[in-house]
Design a protein. Structure first.
Length: 217
């Protein structure tokens, strides 16, 4: 449990920082099973957001602003939004306000996907894979719905380049789109299985486990 991890940590501050970095994935067991969020876990996440508060400023999307703060702002938005959703706002921690700006589309705002735009766009969406969870929705999810082919291309490209961590992150979005009923250019299930066989690591295991669960529920 999250609360146990924080309480038993040698450095509680580092444990709270880890909760912030894990982001909305902290709630993955609850969101994927429908179980109730333990009150002590809600308190631990709320403490992390209070001790290390998210930015309240509007963070511009790259290339208008730096990538790091923008990614962190969206991850914080996801964490705070799910916390409020699961607790009916009972922790007193509001969602990050205002929400960060969404990324420009792979066609740089044009309806058609440009051949030079989708690789970088799909990688950036992969960096926001902690938002690819059931029950969480917003502008980033709308961007994913608008460009399923770009995400399919991005996941395939990452696999061919043997960049399995990136492939796992982008494939999470494909699994989320599948669960959302969006038609896809490829079946994400074999892709998840291939990534599991070819690579390892705790983060990758978490991403593929979440993708598996979204594909089977």
């Amino acid at each position: 449990m999250v609360a146990d991890h924080v309480e038993q940590a040698d450095d509680p501050g580092a444990a709270l920082a880890a909760v912030r970095i894990l982001g909305a994935d902290t709630f993955a067991p609850v969101l994927l099973t429908g179980e109730a969020l333990p009150p002590q876990d809600a308190e631990a996440v709320a403490l992390a957001l209070t001790a290390l508060p998210p930015s309240r400023d509007v963070v511009p999307a790259p290339p208008a602003g730096p990538e790091g703060p923008w990614l962190m702002a969206w991850r914080d938005w996801g964490t705070a939004t799910v916390l409020a959703l699961l607790t009916d706002g009972g922790t007193g921690v509001p969602p990050t306000a205002p929400a960060p700006l969404p990324p420009p589309g792979p066609g740089h705002g044009a309806p058609a996907v440009s051949e030079t735009g989708w690789p970088g766009w799909s990688v950036r969406m992969g960096q926001l894979s902690t938002l690819a969870l059931p029950g969480l929705d917003g502008p980033i999810h709308d961007a994913a719905r608008a460009e399923p082919l770009a995400l399919a291309r991005g996941a395939t490209r990452a696999v061919l380049r043997r960049d399995y961590p990136t492939a796992a992150r982008i494939t999470r979005w494909l699994a989320w789109l599948h669960a959302d009923g969006v038609p896809l250019a490829l079946d994400p299930a074999p892709l998840v299985e291939h990534i599991e066989v070819m690579a390892g690591g705790d983060r990758l295991a978490l991403d593929t486990a979440i993708a598996h669960r979204m594909l089977t529920t």
